[in-house]
Design a protein around this ligand. Structure first.
Ligand code: ATR
Length: 289
């Protein structure tokens, strides 16, 4: 590599064209005057091995991994951190001395956004909607705290699997719930202090959808955390705002997972404010396309 070549990082996914991560990470590199560049690495499922070989051969410093490859990349890596193993997914790859190390910064992103919002995760009851990849990171993060967790998912088997996985790791108290016969409207919900939407319901273009029925009230001191960040205000967030309860946006989690990835690659603290502004700008631009 010549002195003029920037250090490279990239985003492995399929499709990845609409991600705001390039804008967010490149804004961080620019703000710190670093000669680094973050690009998209569109990778169909059959080509994961080829992209990872390219990352090694072309001296990339690392990568992010997104849908649908967060699990699929794992067998190709030299090492998986304890966090990524526990979550069962890799969203960040760090290249260290020619070794590819798989990590997961989603749980940290979630918890940092939560604590930043003022929520104190001690002795709280949390209802997690969803049992997919995002829910794994959320439940893992919450299971490190003293919170009691109830997982509520359309497909009961996935909720049970996630709950058992956390129990096997010896973290927290997870309870599985919900099959397609039970809805939030008819379920005998336990008291809860926070609802986390870790389903994809409400995500653009399905912006009128919400995982939360209008007929079910939020407790007055409840917090609603919606992992969906596109649109910026989801229907669920609007329902929460109308009910006068506190909201936390998935954009904050996105920024903090990106900030930790930045730190892992560069060894430097991330300029979080710059990254948040760039992510918000990126989302706005996407809507104007
Ligand atoms: P991600 O990695 O983003 O979490 P995922 O692993 O595909 O994506 O998980 C998506 C989650 O959203 C799942 O919990 C899914 O429920 P199922 O396990 O029953 O599939 C949930 N989800 C997606 N569409 C949904 C819908 N229309 N109603 C209820 N839940 C839905």
């Amino acid at each position: 590599m010549t002195a003029a070549s920037p250090h490279r990082v990239g985003l492995i996914g399929w499709p990845v064209e609409h991600s705001v991560s390039p804008a967010m990470q490149n804004a961080a590199f620019d703000a710190l005057g670093m000669s680094w560049h973050y690009s998209i690495l569109p990778t169909p499922p059959s080509q994961i091995g080829i992209t990872l070989a390219m990352i090694e051969e072309e001296d990339f410093r690392g990568a992010n991994v997104t849908v649908p490859h967060k699990k699929a990349v794992m067998p190709y890596l030299d090492e998986i951190t304890e966090t990524a193993q526990a979550i069962g997914a890799v969203n960040t790859i760090v290249v260290e001395k020619d070794r590819l190390i798989g990590d997961n910064t989603d749980a940290h992103g979630f918890m940092t956004a939560l604590v930043e919002s003022g929520f104190k995760p001690t002795d709280q009851h949390v209802l997690v909607l969803g049992a997919g990849g995002a829910a794994h990171a959320v439940v893992y993060a919450l299971a490190q705290t003293e919170c009691a967790i109830v997982i509520f998912n359309r497909t009961a088997a996935r909720a049970t699997r996630l709950s058992r996985r956390m129990d096997a790791l010896g973290c927290g108290k997870s309870v599985a719930w919900m099959s397609s016969e039970v809805s939030l409207e008819t379920a005998d919900l336990p008291p809860f202090d926070m609802v986390v939407n870790a389903t994809s319901v409400g995500m653009w273009p399905d912006v009128d959808a919400s995982p939360w029925p209008n007929t079910v009230a939020f407790p007055s001191d409840c917090t609603v955390f919606d992992l969906v960040y596109n649109p910026r205000e989801t229907r669920l967030m609007r329902q929460a705002r109308t009910a006068g309860v506190k909201t936390v946006s998935g954009l904050d989690m996105l920024v903090h997972q990106g900030a930790l990835a930045f730190q892992r690659w560069t060894g430097l603290p991330a300029p979080v404010g710059v990254m948040r502004a760039a992510a918000e700008d990126g989302l706005r631009t996407m809507r104007e396309d």
